[in-house]
Design a protein around this ligand. Structure first.
Ligand code: NAD
Length: 386
């Protein structure tokens, strides 16, 4: 049984799938671990530290991918320079575990099925208590929420906390967080620690208590429809509800010094919550950090990957925030993978057990088939349209 850790070739990706501490634990269990040379470099883990942990460092990418029983990655597989995809390197029957964005990248899911790879998507790990230690969406979203506040604070031409000085009193800054899921709650906690006055809004009323327990004010909007879908995620809301939401949100955006937007609906484009008209009403010098930039953005002015100034307001659309903190992002992701692999390795051998609800939910392709129903439905809908 051989686990292999790939070097990420996505330009913005600095994380590594396994850190040396986790490697050492697998080696102790009698599992062979291969690590591609330089895999941990951008997260400050050297080849030497992997070797010291008992891994074999491999310089040839094709050997590493082609001889792995379980291939571990962070970003979805990419096209390689020579026009071939990374997944073409995998052997039939091997297991690939990574973020795969299967609902947003249907052709990748199709290709993985064609290659007869067992693909496990970290986005599809159920958000259940039993799967909590494997929940990479949460571990990484929490980093994004934290970092968004730091970026917003650094761009703000003001203090965040209240200060009483000999030169006068500084009023605390106001931070408004839109979307109080994992990233939003971490953003609230971080902004509170920095001394800001924090307000938060989410269409799921269930988060009210969590927001309040972090010392923030929950902005309530009464909607005439169910806003929570199965699994606790948000639903896409009607036009009437969107309008109602925007009316309430406008006032809070207008008064905020920093707006952090994190709202997402799984499998859909991020909802547009901050309109151009709202940005136009903000004070010059205010800042918006749109964590949903990669999914289309919650703010109409967001340009993904760029910082722009519009009407005196700085709008930041960061891409892959967790990668900007690669040490802890890799440490947490590595722990998520190691917990998941306890379900896949039995007596030092690979065992894919679909009777386990976590494996069943997260496995996108197996033995040439697309197993995941949501991905199958999305593919059928796509085929019907095209
Ligand atoms: P997410 O990234 O999908 O969305 C972020 C937030 O945006 C959510 O809180 C959502 O309600 C909100 N949102 C969506 N549309 C909105 C709109 N129009 N206006 C305002 N807000 C909007 O969410 P997530 O952080 O991945 O969390 C999703 C769910 O999973 C939550 O219920 C969370 O509590 C739950 N969860 C459970 C576990 C567990 O039990 N182990 C672990 C993590 C998360």
């Amino acid at each position: 049984m051989r686990i292999a850790v790939a070097k990420e070739i996505e330009v913005c990706e600095r994380r590594v799938a396994l850190i040396p501490d986790t490697v050492a634990r697998f080696v102790k269990q009698g599992v062979e671990v291969w690590v591609e040379s330089g895999a941990g470099e951008r997260a400050f883990f050297t080849d030497a530290t992997y070797e010291a942990a008992g891994a074999k460092v491999i310089t040839d990418t094709a050997t590493l991918w082609g001889e792995a029983d379980i291939l571990l990655k962070v970003s979805p597989p990419q096209e390689r320079e020579n026009g071939r995809s990374e997944i073409d390197l995998l052997k039939e029957g091997s297991v690939l575990i990574s973020f795969l964005n299967p609902l947003g990248n249907l052709s990748l899911a199709q290709r993985l099925a064609e290659c007869k790879v067992t693909a496990i998507s970290m986005e599809m790990i159920p958000r259940t208590t039993r799967a909590q230690s494997m929940d990479a969406l949460s571990s990484q979203a929490s980093i994004a929420g934290y970092k968004a506040v730091l970026i917003g604070t650094a761009a703000l031409p003001k203090y965040l906390p209240m200060l009483t000085t000999a030169a006068g009193t500084i009023a605390p800054a106001k931070v408004f967080v839109i979307g109080a899921g994992v990233a939003g709650l971490q953003a609230i906690a971080t902004a509170r620690r920095l001394g800001a006055i924090v307000e938060a809004f989410d269409i799921r009323p269930a988060v009210k208590e969590e927001v309040q327990s972090l010392g923030a004010k929950f902005v309530e909007v009464k909607l005439e429809e169910e806003t929570t879908a199965a699994g606790g995620y948000a639903k896409e809301i009607s036009e009437v509800s969107k309008q109602r939401t925007q009316e309430v949100v406008t006032e809070h955006v207008k008064n905020a010094d920093v707006v952090i937007t994190t709202a997402q609906v799984p499998g859909k484009k991020a909802p547009l919550l901050v309109t151009e008209n709202m940005v136009a009403q903000m004070k010059p010098g205010s800042v918006i950090v749109d964590i949903a930039a990669e999914q289309g953005g919650n703010c109409a002015c967001t340009d993904p990957g760029k910082d722009i100034v519009w009407n005196g307001v700085t709008i930041i659309g960061p891409i892959n925030l967790p990668s900007s903190m690669p040490v802890h992002a890799s440490q947490l992701y590595s722990k998520n993978l190691s917990s998941l692999m306890q379900l896949l390795i039995k007596d030092k051998a690979l065992q894919v057990n679909f009777a386990d609800d976590i494996i069943d939910a997260a496995c996108v392709t197996h033995a040439g088939e697309i197993r995941n129903q949501r991905v199958r439905e999305a593919l059928q809908a796509f085929t019907a349209v095209s």
